[in-house]
Design a protein around this ligand. Structure first.
Ligand SMILES: [Zn+2]
Ligand SMILES: [Zn+2]
Length: 377
């Protein structure tokens, strides 16, 4: 909010010079009004309203020859004041009105269409990995607006029909002329009797109470294609809300969410899993059955496998929902260090260590050579 005692100079507010001609003042006002209009600044509406009022006041004074002359002579403190009142002088109830007046808002006189397409609907569906892998036929239970069977969407009792609104003569709008400071202009508002429809229902349908639609619970079976991932939307045409007045239906969108899995982790079309093996298995090599999304698969672990090694099992990932191939499964090996050795096992390991020495070999030995100096420092 501005401090009302520190009133800004009207020329400054409009950004024009003191000798600016009338049309320049008008142009400046139009440009600034558009910029500061509260409807254009919803995030700072109050401030914008103040700015807009300040702007309008400056324009009201400077666009009037007599008031402008007095302002040039006395400034804000002219004897008797300027008798400016925003809502009275601008002759409008709201900022939206003035916006329409100036910038040509809803000037057309056709009634609003009573019949139009219904809304799309959203349904959130959680799927398991297995369901997403194979695709499923899923039963969906939802509430949707459906055209009333009794009146066929007209909202009128069978045998009667909606009548032309007498208040607005079927125009859906009422025009009001007002004389204001800007001259003569009209405001156009939706008809208060028919709410802009241009029609009234004298004898409402007993089933839908003139709505033309009623909300119904529906179950339907939806085919979810194989391979869908979280974030996918499956469109079911015509299963959104029926439109008002018997209008065509919108669509239903199934938003897919994948539940997490104990063993698998999906990354796009690929599937990752961790496979724990023992030190002897890693050293000597082994063959272990691991699960895939499509049955068991034998994983060949060669002798000398390190922890972190990733084996790829081709074609065992998710299928592409559009039919473009299939991802892979990646098995990440984790060599598990035992924590529950008994005395006999500890003895064997010590014996094992003695036969090898407790030094690492190969690449790892190279690593220790490199850090030896650092450790002794
Ligand atoms: Zn009406
Ligand atoms: Zn009905």
């Amino acid at each position: 909010m501005r401090n009302p005692t520190a009133k800004r100079d009207y020329y400054e507010v409009l950004g024009v010079t003191r000798d600016a001609p009338k049309d320049e003042i008008k142009k400046a006002y139009r440009t600034l009004a558009r910029k500061h209009h509260p409807d254009i600044n919803p995030d700072r509406k109050e401030e914008a309203e103040e700015e807009f009022k300040e702007l309008s006041e400056a324009y009201a004074i400077l666009s009037d020859d007599d008031k402008r002359a007095r302002y040039d002579r006395y400034g804000h403190n002219a004897p008797g004041g300027y008798d400016f009142d925003f809502s009275r002088d601008f002759g409008v109830g709201s900022f939206s009105d003035i916006f329409d007046v100036f910038f040509g808002g809803s000037g057309d006189s056709r009634p609003r269409d009573r019949v139009y397409r219904g809304d799309d609907l959203r349904y959130d569906l959680s799927l398991s990995y297995e369901e997403a892998y194979t695709g499923v036929e899923h039963e969906v239970e939802m509430t949707r607006f459906e055209t009333c069977d009794t009146c066929g969407g007209s909202g009128a009792k069978p045998g009667s029909s909606p009548e032309k609104c007498s208040y607005c003569s079927g125009q859906g709008q009422v025009r009001e002329s007002r004389s204001t400071f800007f001259g003569h202009f009209q405001t156009v508002t939706p008809c208060p009797r028919c709410q802009g429809d241009g029609q009234v229902i004298a004898d409402p349908c007993p089933e839908c109470h003139s709505e033309g639609r009623a909300s119904k619970k529906r179950k339907l079976s939806v085919a979810i294609p194989a391979g869908v991932d979280s974030g996918a939307r499956v469109r079911v045409p015509g299963q959104g809300n029926d439109g008002p007045g018997g209008g065509p239906p919108g669509d239903l969108y199934i938003f897919v969410h994948l539940k997490s899995h104990d063993f698998f982790e999906r990354r796009n079309g690929d599937v990752y899993c961790e496979v724990p093996i023992t030190f002897p298995q890693a050293s000597l090599g082994t063959r272990i059955p691991i699960p895939t999304l499509n049955g068991k698969e034998d994983l060949e672990v060669p002798a000398g496998t390190q922890t972190g090694t990733v084996f790829r099992i081709r074609g065992k990932g998710f299928p592409d929902p559009h039919g473009y191939g299939r991802g892979d499964q990646h098995a990440v090996i984790r060599v598990v260090t035992p924590t529950d050795l008994n005395e006999k096992q500890k003895g064997l390991l010590r014996e094992f260590a003695e036969t090898r020495g407790d030094k690492l070999r190969g690449q790892e030995k190279g690593f220790f050579e490199k850090i030896k100096d650092l450790l002794q420092a």
